[in-house]
Design a protein around this ligand. Structure first.
Ligand code: GLN
Length: 487
């Protein structure tokens, strides 16, 4: 018999609802697993056992009283530590926010609480979500549960590692340039970056506001669909959230992909993609074809410029968003200042890590007088061209399939001194953020080192149901999602 911590969220929810197990027992199983796994994985910045037990007990009381609760009631979840949680420290893995306890919760956290979800804790990330490995965390690096010498990916590496290690059945991350999909690929999970505007970012600490989205990590497509349904929807506190009805994404999982038109963009299989990744993704495409999908090649000619344009747009927005950390309002404050200018300067000097400082400098430069047109404006024009590439492709195709990452999980330390190599790991994921379209990563095999390979599905805005339907059909035809790492 599988242990409780090995079950999917859907199975746990069913057992809790039928009162075969209590929410409290489920929570205890994950808290125990956290104790076992954390010494090698280091996924959590904060664990909230008392809160989790109280929330689980409250669910059990309501079930005992005969209430029927939502489809995730009693299921535990972990949240990336850039999502504000009232009364619980929220650091963005930055020293500058050490000790910051938000007075309010992110909309997604509130929605999960309303769904009866149990909060296990807050997970590690690259500082302010800037990075691809969690090595930029201001606290510690998270290990990949498939091999602790490898990175779990980033920036949502803690959220991915927690689910992969069985420390939580579900988690939320944020994705500005791949930070959900890349760690999902490295950890063998399903990860979704929803359409820009699908999920409210109220209470998500802003990195690059025109790109940021929140999304789920899960072992299965069904679990990801459950969590996406719970967090989606309009919110008047985030003016970019779109007032559009939220479907029940689980209903989209029909198992049918006959006639679905799938495009294979040549640019995503070019030089730099490891042969093992290419082979695994192409064989997954073969599975989808066998299920009745119609597959053809397509070209997205501006793909090559996406990474460069992203590294103008994202730092520019970050330089503005991070101006608020001044030692006055949030988190830490320098002990060495004799006037307010020194207070700002020294707090920022002591509080921010090297990657964050580098991005603030680049972003400020790109926005400064005389350089704005050459950098920022040009990057915005490239962004429009990328959007047109996708628009043209989606006239012929329902979705596009690519690798999620050029390689499987790299070693801790392997790329930390080579910023270009690090940034190239996001080359397949960044275009979807630049275009605002939804994208999903799922496991499509393992390499010769036993590390998971990720396949990415991208579709037009608000095509989450199509992505989920195709991913679910693929999952039903394969068994990669059943594998669990040996800790
Ligand atoms: N790795 C990319 C970066 O460093 C994307 C990060 C993200 O999606 N938050 O900016």
């Amino acid at each position: 018999m599988a242990e409780l911590y090995e079950l999917t969220a859907a199975d746990l929810a069913a057992k809790i609802a039928s009162r075969e197990v209590s929410a409290r027992e489920v929570t205890e199983a994950f808290l125990a697993r956290i104790t076992v796994a954390e010494p090698s994985v280091h996924a959590f910045l904060t664990v909230t056992p008392e809160l989790a037990r109280a929330q689980a007990d409250a669910i059990d009381t309501r079930l005992a009283a005969g209430e029927s609760l939502g489809p995730l009631a009693g299921v535990p979840v972990a949240l990336k530590d850039n999502l504000c949680t009232a009364g619980i420290e929220t650091t963005c893995a930055s020293q500058i926010l050490r000790g910051f306890v938000p007075p309010y919760s992110a909309t997604v956290a509130e929605k999960l609480q309303d769904s009866g979800v149990v909060l296990l804790g807050k997970t590690n990330l690259d500082e302010f979500a800037m990075g691809s490995s969690t090595e930029n965390s201001g606290f510690f690096t998270t290990g990949n549960p498939w091999n602790p010498d490898r990175v779990p990916g980033g920036s949502s590496g803690g959220s991915a590692a927690a689910v992969a290690a069985g420390e939580a059945p579900l988690s939320l991350g944020s994705d500005t340039g791949g930070s959900i999909r890349q760690p999902a690929a490295f950890c063998g999970l399903v990860g979704i970056k929803p359409t820009y505007g699908r999920v409210s970012r109220y209470g998500l600490v802003a990195f690059a506001s025109s790109l940021d989205q929140i999304g789920p990590f899960a072992h299965t497509v069904e679990d990801a669909a459950l969590l996406l349904t719970a967090i989606s929807g309009h919110d008047e506190r985030d003016s970019t959230s779109v007032p559009r009805p939220v479907p029940d994404y689980v209903q989209a999982l029909t198992g049918h992909v006959e006639g679905l038109r799938i495009g294979i963009p040549a640019e995503y299989f070019a030089e730099g993609i490891s042969p093992e990744v290419r082979a695994a993704v192409m064989s997954a495409v073969g599975v989808l074809r066998g299920l009745g999908a119609v597959v053809d090649e397509v070209s997205l000619p501006y793909t090559d410029y996406a990474l460069a344009a992203y590294y103008i747009v994202a730092p520019a927005e970050a330089s503005s968003n991070l101006a608020r950390y001044d030692g006055v309002r949030y988190g830490m404050r320098t002990a060495r200042s004799s006037n307010h200018i020194e207070l700002f300067e020294r707090t920022r000097e002591e509080g921010f890590g090297a990657e964050v400082k580098q991005r603030i400098l680049t972003g400020t430069y790109a926005l400064s007088h005389g350089y704005y047109d050459a950098f920022y404006l040009k990057a915005q024009k490239v962004r429009t061209l990328l959007q047109r590439d996708f628009a043209a492709a989606f006239e012929r195709f329902d979705l596009l399939v690519t690798p999620t990452t050029p390689t499987t999980a790299f070693g801790i330390g392997e790329k930390s001194n080579d910023p270009l190599a690090m940034k190239l790991s996001d080359i397949c994921t960044i275009p979807a953020n630049m275009a605002g379209i939804p994208a999903l990563s799922q496991c499509c095999g393992f390499d010769t080192d036993g590390l998971p390979v990720g396949m990415q599905l991208m579709g037009p805005a608000f095509s989450e149901e199509t992505l989920l339907r195709a991913a679910h059909a693929y999952e039903a035809a394969t068994d990669w999602h059943m594998r669990r790492p040996n800790l």
